[in-house]
Design a protein around this ligand. Structure first.
Ligand SMILES: [Zn+2]
Length: 124
């Protein structure tokens, strides 16, 4: 179980990346040595769960992006390399790949946004 937080020291206002595990007993400022007790087990568990969910979403977003890239390549190949000015006359599979590529790109953007949207801040 690991939790990453953006910590701000209440004594010297130094901002640090805090990586807390279940073995962490205290949050200590690397600059001035100010220390506070670490988070309780309940908060640690819910933060860890939330962060691992976001990490998985980030991986899925990256995969969706790769799939979108391959689908777009497939579209380019199947469309005969023509200029896409005449979309209705494209072969069906090229059309499907284009739509699939756009959908996967949107999925990737959406998930990537959700995965990156929350940053945990902790003042100690
Ligand atoms: Zn400090």
């Amino acid at each position: 179980m690991k939790v990453t937080l953006n910590g701000t020291c209440s004594e010297c206002y130094q901002v640090t990346d805090l990586i807390l595990t279940e073995k962490t007993k205290e949050i200590i400022c690397p600059t001035c040595g100010h220390a506070v007790p670490t988070l309780d087990e309940g908060s640690m568990a819910s933060l860890a769960k939330d962060q691992s969910k976001r990490a998985i979403m980030g991986i899925i977003a990256a995969l969706a992006f790769v799939v979108a890239g391959f689908l777009f390549l497939g579209f380019v190949t199947n469309s005969g390399g023509g200029v896409p000015g005449n979309i209705p006359s494209l072969p069906g599979n090229a059309m499907g790949m284009l739509v699939g590529s756009i959908v996967m790109l949107l999925v990737s953007l959406g998930l990537g946004f959700v995965a990156a949207s929350r940053n945990y801040v902790c003042e100690f």
